[in-house]
Write a protein that binds this ligand. Structure first.
Ligand SMILES: Cc1cc2nc3c(=O)[nH]c(=O)nc-3n(C[C@H](O)[C@H](O)[C@H](O)COP(=O)(O)O)c2cc1C
Length: 208
């Protein structure tokens, strides 16, 4: 029995393209994998703690091999609990809208909180950095414009390269992608794109 964690980062809910396609994915996954569990983490409903001075100091204490203070330990417990929830998945689905060419700030906030030494990654002077998270990933991106490979707008895309570098950094390299683009266009064309992404999502979920 596997556990799939779904991380939602659009606040637009019923109007969101990335959520619509993710829901099609999850419904198809649930039908095909009736014994698996799905846990949703809606980043807009989570009370994410600030990345405080104490968290930062705890991070550097850990990285430098020194003993964290009591305040640092307390701050670190919250980080560990957030990370442990994330790390309890065997598979991950992310819905990721493009905001100002990059990621919505709640997703960046979550990434900053959970990407910690000794939890998400390790460093060894001989072998360098290694990711400590494992599992399969499906990412459902939505962008208002189009940023396809080889196009003039490709260089503006700070969403997919940044997100996939982060996934790889923490050890998640088995990644399927669905790109819903453009979502800010002629409504009939957008509807067609959305429906075709929904079909791809349903199919991808079956063998996920
Ligand atoms: C705050 C904000 C910033 C955005 N910035 C961009 C952008 O830089 N480039 C782009 O192509 N679309 C941009 N968009 C459009 C969204 O990427 C598009 O509406 C997408 O469908 C959002 O995903 P969702 O439908 O799942 O919410 C932006 C939308 C919002 C709300």
């Amino acid at each position: 029995m596997a556990k799939l964690i779904y991380i939602e980062s659009s606040p637009r809910k019923s109007r969101s393209h990335s959520i619509k396609v993710s829901e099609a994915f999850l419904n198809s996954y649930a039908k095909e994998h009736p014994n698996d569990t799905i846990e949703k983490i809606d980043l807009w409903a989570e009370a994410l703690p600030p990345f405080s001075d104490e968290v930062l100091d705890a991070k550097y204490s850990i990285m430098h091999g020194s003993e964290p203070s009591e305040n640092e330990k307390k701050a670190w417990e919250k980080i560990e609990s957030l990370f442990n929830r994330f790390n309890s998945g065997d598979k991950y689905v992310f819905s990721v809208p493009m905001w100002n060419f990059g990621l919505p700030y709640v997703l960046k906030h979550y990434i900053d909180l959970i990407t910690q030494p000794g939890l998400a990654w390790a460093f060894n002077p001989e072998s360098g950095y290694s990711g400590l998270v494992s599992g399969k990933v499906a990412v459902i991106y939505a962008t208002g414009g189009e940023y396809s490979a080889g196009s003039q707008t490709e260089a503006f895309d700070l969403q997919k390269p940044a997100f996939e570098n982060w996934l790889a950094f923490i050890g998640l390299t088995d990644v399927s992608k669905i790109i819903i683009a453009p979502t800010l266009s002629d409504p009939t064309e957008v509807e067609k794109t959305l429906n075709s992404c929904i079909e791809v999502a349903k199919k991808t979920a079956k063998s996920f």
